[in-house]
Design a protein around this ligand. Sequence first.
Ligand code: NCD
Length: 322
Amino acid sequence: MRHLLDTRDLTRAEALEILDVAEDMADTQRREVKKLPTLRGKTVVNLFFEDSTRTRISFEAAAKRLSADVINFSAKGSSVSKGESLQDTAQTLQAMGADAVVIRHGASGAPRTLATSGWITAGVVNAGDGTHAHPTQALLDAFTIRKRLFGDDSRGRGLDGIRVTIVGDILHSRVARSNVWLLHTLGAHVTLVAPPTLVPQDVSGWPVEVDYDLDRAIAAGPDALMMLRIQLERMNAAYFPTEREYSRRYGLDARRLGALPGGSIVLHPGPMNRGLEISAEAADSPRSTVLEQVANGVSVRMAVLYLLLAGERPDTEKEDPR
Ligand code: NCD
């Protein structure tokens, strides 16, 4: 793997390889000494143009546990705020010897620009670009679903026939987009539930069903329910009448939680708006995988950095197709 930009680029075999290597990484994270020497001497730059807490520290923890050197570069307070372009920033990182660049950017497509520009030779990992994609989040979600539903040793397994329902602010969600394509590639059935105003126009081209009624979608018996954050910071118009009305129709409250089939799980990528899209009962219930998602995120990002920087296995070795 040369870069990780979008789950749409991943074949089933590539996706399973990442999930399986992440299982290996998770095994090492149960040891007392969590650090592996694998990426000693490599430099990973976290290039964050958008605010982030958990994704940045997750990549930082992943890189450090593989013994890479980590440079955190956040755009606030940097020369980017003085008008330096992405090109100049990238070339500076190249001159400093970055082996991998983990980029989060407000503009959809910025990571691909960086990867294909020729400005840098480093591998590029998309840590969230605009409303477009967030591939490591989708991979950690798939990993979490697989582990909860099939147990610890589920290496080699996809999510064939698993029913995943994604609820909420699909329109602004790169998490939803990346999940839709990855879940489809892994064989899951995906249903999106949202008010019509929060369903993107191009959804007709996605491999999903759309329902506007959360109670009906829950009655259909999903194996996994993924609640999305209402992204108020991306909303420039009124997409729903009031927060109270949104919660009433699309929030996961105690009643809806109780209506889910036994064994089903509840995911949320964080940060949660407790009381808006998810109630405290749901967020803290045994069905909730929120904290497992955070822990699994480190294992999945270790796997991605490993495959990018050290782990070309001979059978998967190939040039970047783009
Ligand atoms: C997501 C993101 O940034 O896209 N969060 C995350 O990566 N932890 C989802 C969100 O912000 O709602």
